[in-house]
Design a protein around this ligand. Structure first.
Ligand code: CO
Length: 141
């Protein structure tokens, strides 16, 4: 196998690493001071109760994510475990096909069907239980 040959199957990229934070502006400021990183995209996803700021790293993103309301999944995660890594977004060409493959492999879907995500993407979440403790988001651009 050549060095460039992919071994990741239907995964085409790490789309994003999502980090739950209490104060989005403070986190953006920290990434700017520490890395000189600036925000490529910022968006409120009202349906999820989150506001996210995306820092682009090559073809992937660091997604700093804060809650916009107390019943947001990010608010609940921070309440339970504090700030920190929240989920990994795996980029795929076909979210439905990837979701079907994960269910066939025994994964527990949170989303029964793909739905709209930020940046105009199509996404589906997989429960960490049964996925080695990692909340997985399938992301189709
Ligand atoms: Co995400």
């Amino acid at each position: 196998m050549s060095e460039n040959e992919s071994t990741s199957g239907i995964l085409t990229e790490i789309d994003h690493v999502a980090i739950a934070v209490r104060d989005l502006d403070a986190a953006i400021d920290y990434y700017n001071k520490a890395f000189g990183a600036t925000v490529a995209h910022r968006e409120v996803v009202e349906s999820d109760g989150v506001e996210e700021a995306l820092v682009k790293v090559a073809d992937s993103y660091i997604q700093l994510t804060a809650a916009t309301r107390p019943d947001s999944p990010i608010a609940k995660a921070i309440e339970k475990r504090g700030e920190g890594l929240h989920h990994i977004g795996y980029r795929v060409d076909d979210c439905q096909a990837a979701l079907d493959a994960m269910i066939a492999a025994g994964a527990t879907p949170i989303d029964k069907a793909p739905r709209p995500g930020s940046r105009g993407t199509t996404v589906a979440f997989i429960h960490p239980k049964g996925s080695f403790g990692t909340l997985i988001e399938l992301v189709q651009e």
